[in-house]
Design a protein. Structure first.
Length: 127
């Protein structure tokens, strides 16, 4: 067993599951979505992106692209939450929360594609 590949797969799957943990719940209800879980999803996603930078294969390029998509969506979600919470007077409304969760859902979809690509690469590498 290769420890490097195990850690690589662990971080990719962790990025997806932490993102799912934030995403799961009633879309517009702020009580169902923890801000720290969103930040955690962003941090793990950024770590996964850095780990994917060394790949020089076509699958590696696709893995990096999916990770960059997830990063952009999570960064925008964090910026929206921070702006609404600390800059504007409106506070966290159901409309804003729905937008944040929708951005997280897009990142979750990118993470799912990344995990599917990882599994496909692993299956193809065994033959």
């Amino acid at each position: 067993m290769n420890l490097e590949k195990t850690i690589f797969a662990f971080v990719i799957v962790l990025a997806m599951t932490v993102n799912f943990g934030f995403f799961y719940g009633e879309v517009a209800n702020p009580d169902h979505h923890n801000v720290y879980e969103l930040y955690g999803a962003l941090v793990v996603s950024l770590i996964a992106t850095v780990m994917k930078l060394g790949e020089r294969t076509q699958i590696g390029a696709l893995l990096l692209a999916t990770s960059l998509v997830a990063d952009v969506q999570l960064i925008i979600a964090v910026l929206v939450w921070g702006t609404v919470a600390y800059v504007t007077d409106t506070g966290l409304t159901t409309h804003t929360m729905a937008a944040i969760v929708s951005l997280s859902g897009g990142a979750l979809l990118a993470n799912v594609v990344s995990v599917v690509l990882l599994v496909a690469e692993t299956i193809m590498g065994r033959r």
